[in-house]
Design a protein around this ligand. Structure first.
Ligand code: ZN
Length: 416
C-alpha cells in the first residue's frame, strides 16, 4: 500500500478540502505535502472543474461553467532535496478512478464561454457522460463506441520561479492585448474566445495563503490553461501508466502539482472540455537528478511513455491540408490542416447516424492518433487524424458507409 500524500473529499467544496487546492501557478503557493525521493506515494485529485459538471442529460452546466475556477490542482508537493537546476524524474506507477465515482464527462464549450478547436462550426454547449467499467468507456450519449482508456494526468508540472512567472505573464499579456483579428488561427477574429488568459484574481485558489500574501499571489499567479516550460496542462494522452516524465526544477523542493485526470483522450483534446474528465488518483515515485537541466540538456519536460496501450492496429485515416473551409490557401499551417482533417472525419462519421457533435466528441475522447505527416511541401502541411476502427461496434469501412440504414444513434446532451 503506498502512502497517500494528498487526499481529496469529493463531497466537500473545492475551498474546503483536506489539503488546500490551487488553481494558479506561483512559486509562493505553500507545499501541502513532502515526499522523499524513491518513496512511492499517492495523490488524489478532483476533476478539473471542481465538480461543476453533473451526471445528467442537460448541458446547462457546461454552458454556465465558471472557467476562472479551473483547474483544481492537488499539491504543490515538496520533493526533499530538489533544488533549482535539478530535474525530477517522475514515474507514473498507477492511475485510476476514485471508488464510487466511476464516470466521466466530455463537453463542447459554448463559443461565448470557452470555445474549442471547432467552435466556429460547433458553437453550442453540449455534453456526453461516460461510464467507466474497469478499463472500458461507453456513453449513453454516444452509443456504438466502446474503447479502453489510456488514463493520464492532463496536467502535471513543477512551480515556476518568480523570474519565469514574470516572463510568462509578460508574453501572454502581450498576446491577450492583441486585436484578435490580427491573431493567426483565432477561430472568430473577435474578442471571444480570448487570445490568452493573463492573471485574474477572480476565484483564485492559492493554497492556505491569507491576507496580503494571498492577494499578491492571486494577482500574479499564472493561469493553468496553457502548457509551459514547467509542463502543466500538456494534455498528452501518451503520458499514461508506466511513463517516466522529467521536469526541470525552478524552486526549492520542486513543488510538483497535478490534476485534470483523463480516462481517455484523442490527440489534440479538441473539444477543450476536454477528454473524458474525472476525479482520480495517481501513484508516483520521484528521483532527483542533481544538476539535471545541464546534464540532460533540456529546460522543459521530456518523457518516456509506458508500454500499456491500448494498442490498436486498424485505422481509418483522414488527411487535412492547409487550405481552409473557405478555400483560402495558408502557408504550411498545421492548425488549419488539423482542423480540416477533423471536419472531414466528422462528416464521414455522420454517414453512420451520428450527429456532428457526437462525432466531434468521439474525436475528443477516443484514442485518436494525430500526426503532422508533412510540413515542408510548400504551401500545404498535411496532418492526419487516425480513428481506430475497432472502437466501433459496427463496420466503419468505406465499403459500409453507403449502406447504413439510417437508424438514429441518439444524441449528446444539449442545453434546455
Ligand atoms: Zn482535461
Amino acid at each position: 500500500m503506498v502512502r497517500t500524500a494528498v487526499t481529496v473529499d469529493l463531497d466537500a467544496p473545492t475551498n474546503d478540502q483536506p489539503q488546500p487546492l490551487h488553481n494558479r501557478w506561483h512559486p509562493d503557493i505553500p507545499a501541502v505535502a513532502n515526499v522523499e525521493p524513491g518513496e512511492p506515494f499517492r495523490v488524489e485529485c478532483i476533476d478539473w472543474t471542481g465538480g461543476q459538471v453533473e451526471d445528467s442529460d442537460t448541458a446547462n452546466d457546461i454552458r454556465d461553467m465558471d472557467l476562472d475556477r479551473n483547474h483544481h490542482l492537488s499539491g504543490p508537493i515538496h520533493v526533499e532535496g530538489a533544488k533549482p537546476g535539478d530535474i525530477i524524474a517522475v514515474d507514473i506507477l498507477d492511475i485510476g478512478t476514485i471508488y464510487g465515482h466511476e464516470w466521466g464527462y466530455n463537453g463542447i464549450f459554448a463559443q461565448e464561454n470557452g470555445g474549442g478547436f471547432l467552435t466556429a462550426h460547433y458553437p453550442d454547449a453540449c455534453k456526453s457522460i461516460w461510464s467507466l467499467d474497469g478499463v472500458y468507456a461507453t456513453s449513453r450519449h454516444v452509443p456504438g463506441v466502446r474503447f479502453e482508456g489510456m488514463i493520464h494526468p492532463g496536467l502535471i508540472g513543477t512551480a515556476p520561479s518568480q523570474e519565469l512567472l514574470e516572463q510568462w505573464n509578460e508574453r501572454e499579456r502581450a498576446l491577450a492585448d492583441t486585436d484578435s483579428a490580427e491573431v493567426p488561427n483565432h477561430p472568430t477574429g473577435e474578442d471571444v474566445p480570448p487570445n490568452a488568459l493573463p492573471p485574474n484574481e477572480n476565484e483564485a485558489l492559492v493554497g492556505n495563503l491569507a491576507g496580503e500574501d494571498a492577494e499578491r499571489v492571486a494577482s500574479e499567479g499564472a493561469r493553468t490553461v496553457p502548457p509551459r516550460e514547467n509542463g502543466g496542462n500538456c494534455d498528452i494522452k501518451d503520458l499514461s501508466l508506466g511513463s517516466r516524465v522529467y521536469f526541470p526544477v525552478f524552486v526549492e523542493g520542486a513543488k510538483l502539482s497535478m490534476g485534470d485526470i483523463h480516462f481517455s483522450q484523442g490527440d489534440g483534446e479538441i473539444t477543450f472540455c476536454g477528454a473524458i474528465e474525472m476525479p482520480g488518483y495517481l501513484d508516483l515515485e520521484v528521483e532527483v537528478i542533481e544538476n539535471g537541466v545541464e546534464k540532460l540538456g533540456v529546460d522543459h519536460p521530456i518523457f518516456e511513455p509506458g508500454h500499456m496501450g491500448p494498442t490498436y492496429s486498424d485505422y481509418l485515416v483522414f488527411e487535412g491540408y492547409s487550405v481552409d473551409e473557405h478555400g483560402t490557401q495558408h502557408y504550411l499551417d498545421a492548425h488549419v490542416a488539423h482542423r480540416r482533417a477533423c471536419l472531414d472525419a466528422i462528416e464521414y462519421l455522420k454517414g453512420f447516424g451520428y450527429t456532428g457533435e457526437q462525432a466531434y466528441m468521439i474525436l475528443g475522447t477516443a484514442p485518436i492518433e494525430s500526426r503532422i505527416a508533412g510540413i515542408v511541401d510548400i504551401p500545404n502541411t498535411c496532418v492526419t487524424v487516425s480513428i481506430p476502427k475497432s472502437i466501433f461496434e459496427f463496420d466503419i469501412d468505406p465499403s459500409a458507409r453507403g449502406s447504413y440504414d439510417g437508424t438514429s444513434r441518439g444524441d449528446v446532451a444539449r442545453t434546455d
